[in-house]
Design a protein around this ligand. Structure first.
Ligand SMILES: [Ca+2]
Length: 503
């Protein structure tokens, strides 16, 4: 009798584990490194991404997704915490992440709420005053690597055992995911799997099987391609390393694009493998998949390489959310709502029914799955607190518009406003800040800008070098009354022309 009862209870538990309560789906968060919004097949037929295209056709694709700081280290912390950079304080030249922020990140909160969690790939930051290994203790299963990690599978200890079959890391992460899904299933809990691919970050080293798909091909340049299409932009933008380095996009576009696209095709194959594993394990019907990237990439637009800048190519990434529980009628919709990397944490927590910490900058995007035509916010700030001081900025994106204020007034430059009408000018070829027809829009965006600047002053984390920004970025304090530009040590992101460091 007792044995029967135990067998019945075990059966009940197993059934619950296999399907899970409807309110607690599994979550797979897939994150590429340096992928711009236009580098997926549905946006650009030059890029071969059948699995991402299918994911978008079966889910919702967000076409105005911005990284509020468009560089690896800070963006990864934006995603994990739902906070803007000056609130978590983690970026190159600003500092590592304090443990207290990671303790309130989405994977840690999900684990505390009973999720089985796993992380593989490039995490992209360190914890303040702690060894890299400490990060592993925040997850049930861990195959994260320090620094930039390596394209050669064998050089990444967490996935090295898959090197014989998958010598390039992108597919090896999918093999690790397959094993994770089996142990997650055995755990009897819902799970959250986060994979941070190295691709398509520099150095461009694709899997040979993907590289051959693009070998010798010539690609269409975007309409704003080349240095000649950047002369109308603020002089400050051209002091960024995006203009002084990354010349491979100007000197050798086809070869650069071939390698970059091949790296994305490798991730695409891994996405396909992960979906197959979910099907095989019977988990696909209750697993939400999110795909995005940590920053965009200029790819020669306006003559820039790199990310960091507030222009469209550098700051926008793909975002696809596939929730198999949504009615099929909503599949394949696109949402033009303004979304940001800070929205990832509150969205993933909302999926699991776990309350988000109070005061996050990000928002829950799930209402947009129900109503892709809905609006999410009136404005989203884009920050660049890194690199040459002259190229640091605050920008405001609003539906259809972007306002950028370049505050630097030294070295022969004047503080400059840029206003782009993104609906009629998606390639940002005309600065309409001086056009009186747009005076009302300009006034509104200036007001949003000033409000955001006040928020920086009120909410910045102490001790990470953000104290100067409320003055440095001020529209109303003349350059002559601002403290002198910081000494070169604070601007060590400046780099020699022609060299590309790989942050
Ligand atoms: Ca990146």
């Amino acid at each position: 009798m007792l044995l029967h009862l135990l067998a019945f209870l075990a059966g009940t538990v197993a059934a619950a584990a296999a399907t899970g309560p409807a309110s607690r789906p599994n979550i797979v968060f897939l994150f590429s490194d340096d992928q711009t919004a236009r580098a997926i097949g549905l946006e650009n037929p030059d890029v071969i991404t059948p699995h991402l295209d299918r994911l978008a056709r079966e889910g919702v694709r967000f076409t105005n997704h911005y990284n509020t700081t468009s560089i690896c280290m800070a963006s990864r912390c934006n995603v994990l915490t739902g906070l803007y950079e000056h609130r978590h304080g983690c970026n190159f030249d600003h500092g590592d992440l304090a443990r207290t922020f990671l303790e309130r990140s989405y994977p840690v909160l999900l684990r505390r709420a009973g999720y089985h969690t796993g992380f593989a790939g490039k995490i992209g930051f360190d914890l303040q005053g702690e060894k890299f290994e400490a990060l592993a203790t925040f997850f049930d299963e861990w195959a994260g690597g320090p620094g930039q990690t390596f394209y050669e599978t064998a050089r990444n200890p967490g996935i090295a055992k898959y090197a014989a079959q998958y010598p390039h890391c992108s597919r090896a992460y999918a093999a690790w995911a397959a094993d994770f899904l089996q142990s997650a299933k055995r755990s009897g809990k819902p799970f959250c799997l986060s994979i941070s691919f190295k691709a398509p970050h520099l150095p461009f080293t694709p899997d040979p099987q993907d590289a051959k798909l693009y070998a010798g091909r010539q690609f269409k340049r975007p309409p704003n391609y080349g240095v000649e299409n950047g002369r109308h932009l603020a002089a400050q933008a051209r002091t960024s390393r995006a203009a002084t380095g990354y010349r491979e996009w100007i000197n050798n576009y086809d070869e650069s694009a071939a390698a970059y696209y091949a790296l994305i095709t490798g991730i695409d194959a891994a996405v396909g493998m992960i979906r197959e594993s979910l099907e095989r394990e019977g988990l696909a019907g209750n697993t939400v998949i999110v795909f995005t990237s940590d920053n965009g990439y200029s790819m020669g637009a306006h003559g820039f390489g790199d990310k960091v800048l507030p222009y469209e190519e550098a700051s926008k990434s793909p975002l696809i959310i596939h929730d198999p529980r949504q009615p099929r009628a909503r599949s394949g919709k696109t949402s033009a709502a303004l979304t940001g990397n800070v929205d990832m944490a509150p969205t993933l927590l909302a999926l699991a029914g776990v309350p988000a910490p109070a005061g996050l900058d990000g928002r829950n995007l799930l209402p947009l799955l129900e109503n892709p035509d809905g609006r999410m916010r009136d404005a989203l700030p884009l920050f660049n607190y890194w690199g040459a001081t002259s190229a640091q900025t605050l920008a405001i994106v609003a539906p259809g518009w972007k306002y950028i204020f370049w505050s630097h007034g030294g070295e022969g430059m004047k503080p400059t406003e840029e206003l782009f009408d993104l609906n009629s000018d998606p390639y940002e070829m005309k600065n309409v800040a001086a056009d009186p027809r747009h005076a009302a829009v300009l006034a509104d965006l200036r007001r949003q800008y000033d409000a955001e600047l006040a928020a920086i002053a009120a909410t910045r984390v102490a001790g990470h070098g953000y104290e100067k920004y409320p003055v440095l970025f001020s529209r109303t304090i003349p350059w002559s009354e601002k403290p002198a530009a910081p000494p070169p040590a604070a601007a060590k992101g400046k780099r020699k022309a022609g060299k590309t460091d790989d942050r």
